[in-house]
Design a protein around this ligand. Structure first.
Ligand code: HEM
Ligand code: NAG
Ligand code: NAG
Length: 349
């Protein structure tokens, strides 16, 4: 990752200075030591599995138990936690900045309007799991909220029937959370493929990763306002988006009438809304992607082959999802003085 650029850059710089005749032996040694030091610093930003093996060896079991208890109380913990992780990572990196509560002097990320329906149960899952971890004296204040969110995300995916995977850990919690920092960082449901690809690429994720992560829309709810343009005023000649399945469009109009209460939310996967499966891709093939950003994955010829593959090959989708969510979990990870381990996930220390 970033660290890999360090050495070539140092060599380039040295060579450049050498040509300019400004390089003496002391300078070479100084820069060599500096670059080895920087290399080690960046290297520590790399996450690893079993990061807490010597710090809090049982942490993954403790988190899984807390998440399972929450799951038994409400299924909403599943989509709530998964979306929370995505929003956290895309805004300022995976640093639990999304969990910080606003104060009179600071409007935090979670209070940006793009967070709409960041379900309270996602936040609560992390807070309960943190309390369970901190109840073990040797683990107290040793595990970051960002890592707890990453573990809880892994656990909810498995609880909903999705793949189990080894989760990378070692994140610190961020020191900044502002509503303003959310603007432009999250994808909008009206996005086309180019817009989706460029936003994901800005986070080091490929088109394949983006399609795999969109598979998260196999779970959870959407408010009617997020897609009502597709069923009522798509364009002057086509009030209903022609890429929408006609039967499905009629069903959507039934569930989301024109003056619907803005709090009404409907299942994003009309077929198996509580199972983390590849039915999302089969739905796209039938014109049942809820958002433009979903359906475009099938209508754009650049992404369609991937949708078709995963619609019929669940194992291939699961493998791609593991790869993609692992990469998502590496976005903007904080180390050293950029972060700390929060005592209360919702409040800076
Ligand atoms: C590809 C671009 C994406 C767009 C445009 C998008 C947009 C949205 C929108 C508009 C909603 C409905 C919110 C509401 O009405 O309150 C939603 C829900 C959701 N999204 Fe995404 N999303 C995207 C990618 C992702 C990714 C990468 C994940 C996770 C890996 C994700 C997970 C979820 C989940 C689980 C829900 C349901 C939330 C709940 O029921 O509480 N989304 N998304
Ligand atoms: C639309 O949905 C119906 C039933 O939900 C399905 O039978 C049909 O094949 C779909 N249409 C298209 C064009 O995929
Ligand atoms: C869960 C959460 O914090 N939701 C907030 C999202 O933002 C709106 C307003 O922008 C708040 O009213 C919600 O409380």
């Amino acid at each position: 990752m970033q660290g890999n650029y360090c050495l070539p850059f140092f060599l380039f710089l040295s060579f450049h200075l050498f040509l300019m005749g400004r390089l003496d032996t002391n300078l070479i040694y100084f820069r060599l030591i500096l670059s080895v030091f920087l290399f080690a610093q960046l290297g520590s930003a790399q996450l690893k599995q079993n990061y807490y093996a010597n710090i809090c060896p049982n942490v993954e079991n403790i988190v899984r138990r807390a998440v399972t208890t929450k799951f038994q109380q409400t299924f909403v913990t599943v989509p709530g936690t998964l979306r929370l992780f995505f929003h956290d990572c895309f805004v300022q990196g995976c640093d639990a900045s999304v969990i910080i509560a606003s104060t009179p002097s600071n409007k935090a990320e979670k209070d940006n309007q793009d967070n709409l329906s960041l379900a309270g149960d996602g936040f609560d899952t992390v807070i309960k799991a943190k309390a369970a971890v901190d109840a073990i004296p040797s683990c107290q204040n040793k595990v970051s909220c960002a890592d707890i969110l990453a573990m809880a995300t892994r656990d909810v995916v498995a609880l909903a029937g999705g793949p189990s995977y080894a989760v990378e850990l070692g994140r610190l919690d961020g020191l900044i959370s502002t509503s303003a920092s959310v603007n432009g960082k999250l994808p909008q449901p009206t996005f086309n493929l180019n817009q989706l690809n460029s936003l994901f690429a800005a986070n080091g994720l490929s088109q394949t990763d983006m399609i795999a992560l969109s598979g998260a829309h196999t779970l959870g709810f959407s408010h009617c306002a997020k897609f009502s343009n597709r069923i009522y005023n798509f364009s002057p000649s086509n009030p209903v988006d022609p890429t929408l399945n006609k039967t499905y469009a009629t069903e959507l109009q039934g569930m989301c009438p024109r003056n619907v209460d803005p709090t009404v939310a409907i299942n994003m996967d009309p077929t198996t809304p509580r199972t983390f499966d590849n039915v999302y891709y089969q739905n796209l093939q039938q014109g049942k992607g809820l958002f433009t950003s979903d359906e475009v994955l099938f209508t754009d010829t650049r992404s369609k082959p991937t949708v078709n593959t995963w619609a019929q090959n669940s194992a291939a989708f699961q493998q791609a999802f593991i790869t993609a969510i692992t990469k998502l979990g590496r976005v903007g990870v904080k180390t050293g003085s950029q972060g700390n381990i929060r005592r209360d996930c919702g409040v800076f220390n």
